[in-house]
Ligand binder design. Structure first.
Ligand code: NAD
Length: 490
């Protein structure tokens, strides 16, 4: 299959102060194709010295300019150009994500690329509209508040939406005049490196965006500890997120954490069951379930449980697992052998606890890290498969009696990222949406996101703060109150 695909690999070195450089200790690491397990190429591995150089570069670009000294219009123009270059390079990026992350071509064309481009365009529009305000506190002073860039931003991102997640961090940070050190996940560095090439071509000055692929416990760790970093914006596991928060606390660094989810998707018996089953299938099987907001707990009102499970199983059986380069493929592999084993272990534990496997449950194929789309039925909310984030194509279906029980089950979770609900009753829809502890609630749909809307959890293991929307500008600006003494009027 790959013989027919033109693959144009990007730079495989570190981007520091506008130049591509080998790691100081000359180390490299492999990045592999999750659909086959084969090594794709070697990437320079950032170590402590490289992280130091990247942060110093970002600091210089912040302190000496020209980035924060440019007008918002100029910064916006460069971000818009970057969006245009991504658009022109679209197919290359789609291929890189298929190769490195196992994402089916069509899915990346439909989701990741448009979202990344839209995000850059949206924040390009904000760059010249980030304003302070005059607050007339007292008559003998002119008092006003300005917004300034928060400083050097460490952006640390995972492997499930490699390009899109990187852009979600860098677009608002750059629009606000910050400079950035981006550490992509070690499993998926290729699209971030391409982004670096495009950013240089778009005219980002040296040091404004440094890109340092490397291991979490080496490159990531030295980045979060570095005193030159003012703000950490992280997406990934709760475990690492909490470690980052604790580390950042030593220097009172600001943090935004987008962590995990075990999102409840509530289907009332009065819902359009065909529509609910279809969207709920996408909600858990999209990206092979490796989505922080995956609808992994499907709560179904008792009288509809059988009918819904039947439809969901049918939806799962129609999925075509295979090479992400095959246009027929609708579900790709998991990212790694470790992730595959983790998912299979979760399913085995569910079986021990008494869940019923309605379909799937096993590894798929001879090569790569595929897992069958799996529906676990008649579960209860105290089972591990209802409480742990599996991060694979596994739907846990839990029956419920009435509205109060649905809300109680939905809110009994360490997570709080998103939730869905399906009903034809408009009052029930709004009442339930109000009661759910979740940063996003979808009614009669599941899964859409938009740059204009805030994205994040209500606390717990889903993290703190919000990406996207106008809100994200707060992540990357500091407010400064200025007093000008006027004295008494003559
Ligand atoms: P992870 O948290 O280990 O990795 C995410 C990023 O953090 C990577 O870039 C990694 O290199 C970096 N990192 C790791 N240790 C670090 C450290 N000590 N200091 C600084 N950076 C560090 O996540 P993972 O191993 O890629 O995935 C594990 C689990 O995380 C998944 O099973 C899933 O539950 C969750 N996850 C959630 C999301 C999400 O969007 N919320 C995305 C990916 C994974």
């Amino acid at each position: 299959m790959l013989d027919h695909v033109h693959i144009d690999l990007p730079e495989r070195r570190l981007l520091i102060h506008g130049a591509w450089t080998d790691a100081a200790n000359s180390l490299t690491f492999n990045t592999s194709n999750p659909a086959t397990g084969e090594v794709i190429t070697q990437i320079a591995e950032a170590g402590v010295l490289d992280i130091d150089a990247a942060v110093i570069s970002a600091r210089r670009a912040l302190d000496e300019g020209p980035w924060p000294q440019m007008t918002g219009v100029q910064r916006g123009r460069i971000l818009r150009r970057l969006a245009d270059f991504i658009e022109q390079d679209r197919e290359n990026l789609v291929v890189l994500e298929a190769l490195d992350a196992g994402k089916p071509l069509a899915a990346t064309r439909r989701q990741d690329l448009p979202a990344a481009i839209d995000c850059l365009e949206y924040y390009a529009g904000w760059a010249d509209k980030i304003a302070g305000e005059v607050i007339p506190a007292r008559p003998d002073a002119l008092t006003y508040v300005t917004r300034q860039p928060v400083g050097v931003v460490a952006a640390i991102v995972p492997w499930n939406f490699p390009l899109m997640n990187a852009v979600w961090k860098i677009a608002p940070a750059l629009a606000c005049g910050c400079t950035v050190v981006l550490k992509p996940a070690e499993l998926t560095p290729l699209s971030a490196l391409r982004l670096g090439e495009l950013a240089l071509a778009a005219g980002l000055p040296p040091g404004v965006l440094n890109i340092v692929p490397g291991l979490g416990n080496v490159a990531g760790q030295s980045l979060i500890e570095h005193p030159g970093v003012d703000k950490i914006s992280f997406t990934g596991s709760p475990q690492v997120g909490k470690h980052i928060m604790a580390t950042a606390a030593q220097q009172c660094k600001r943090v935004t954490l987008e962590l995990g989810g075990k999102s409840a998707n509530i289907i009332f018996a009065d819902a359009d069951l065909d529509a609910a089953a279809h969207a709920s299938g996408s909600g858990i099987f999209f990206n092979a379930g490796q989505v922080c907001s995956a609808g992994s707990r499907i709560l179904v009102q008792e009288s509809a449980h059988g009918a819904l499970v039947e439809r969901l199983v049918d939806r799962a059986r129609r999925l075509k697992l295979g090479s992400p380069f095959d246009p027929e493929t609708t579900m790709g592999p998991l990212i790694s052998a470790v992730q595959q084993e983790r998912v299979i272990r979760h399913i085995a534990r569910g079986l021990e606890e008494g869940v019923r496997v309605a379909c799937g449950g096993e590894v798929h194929g001879e090569q790569g890290y595929f897992v069958q789309p799996t529906v676990l039925a008649s579960a209860t909310n105290d089972m591990s498969v209802a409480q742990e984030e599996i991060f694979g194509p596994v739907a846990t279906v839990i029956p419920f009696k009435d509205d109060a029980e649905a809300i109680r089950i939905a809110n009994t979770s360490r997570y709080s990222l998103a939730a869905g609900l399906w009903t034809r009753d408009v009052t029930r829809a709004h009442r339930t949406a109000q009661a759910l502890r979740a940063g996003t609630v979808w009614i009669n749909t599941f899964g859409p996101t938009d740059t204009r809307l805030p994205w994040g959890g209500f606390g717990g293991d889903s993290g703190v703060g919000r990406d996207l929307g106008r809100t994200a500008l707060d992540n990357y600006t500091e407010q400064k109150a200025v007093w000008l003494h006027l004295g008494k009027a003559a």
